[in-house]
Design a protein around this ligand. Sequence first.
Ligand code: NAD
Length: 302
Amino acid sequence: ADKTIGFIGLGNMGTHMARNLMVKGHSLVVYDIQSASTVHLEKLGARVVPTPAEVASEATRIITMLPAGPHSSCIIDPVFSNPFPNRGAQPNSIFIDSSTIDSDTSKEMANVAKTKDCTYLDSPVSGGVAAAKSGTLTFMVGGPERQFREIQPLLLKMGSKVVHCGPTGAGQAAKICNNMLLGICMIGTAETMNLGIKMGLDPHLLASIINSSSGRCWSSEMYNPVPGVVDKVPASRNYEGGFGTFLMAKDLGLAQTAASGSGSSIPLGGLAYQIYQMMCSKGFSGKDFSAVFQFLQEKETK
Ligand code: NAD
């Protein structure tokens, strides 16, 4: 049962996630607002339909992988505005939203889904494009436990770790915390590497010292922002692909909102937010977020 999976949003992440499902025996019904995004999957045998509601009328497990909250809402609304069978969600469908959005929008969408006897699970991921490709993402899921258990095997076809974080919104909370730390660590790594290079150190040598010392972090070891230090990361291909600076700015904005709402103090999170926003206004928006290394160099005094 449920061999057919609906997939909406086939960008840098969604394409690989959907492909893994196909490789593992599912048939896919897909939709993306840009028709160019579905070409690759169509070649692999996925069925492309012209509206999100059509995806929902053909599958009871629907995964969304969209840029931000407004995109998720603008998918969910039409899906539920038409009752099944007139092209809309089937009762007992489960919507798995893997986009990174704010917890409040997740809660609103969960309420809408409930009124149609469906379930919405916030289910953001960490791991980036490489993990999406290799099927080793971590899923952080918020929502009712019964439906979580139902979809866990499906998510394990795209990831190696699937964690139930609590009620609706809890998955997003975990994700936003992780990404705030990632954004801060990436800036820290970029300015550290830049300082070392400016003091005459070889970047490979500096990275290897850091990576066997206490300064080590994911950004220094797996995703070093200096071109050529790590193979096959965006820094080594002019910061193409990967995790867009605009998406990092979005996530830090979510952290800022969450911090205001919960009364938490996040001085470095706030500063990181400003830096990524500045990058967006200086033409780095579509580049991978590790391009903060390049951005810092442009600000050099000598
Ligand atoms: P992306 O911009 O590459 O892809 C988004 C896709 O959604 C695009 O193909 C776009 O055409 C489509 N889209 C936009 N609006 C739509 C709509 N209304 N209807 C249908 N399709 C629509 O983004 P991505 O890098 O794949 O990221 C997707 C989500 O995953 C984001 O929330 C991001 O924060 C999160 N995320 C990304 C990474 C990463 O490394 N790229 C890692 C973890 C989480």
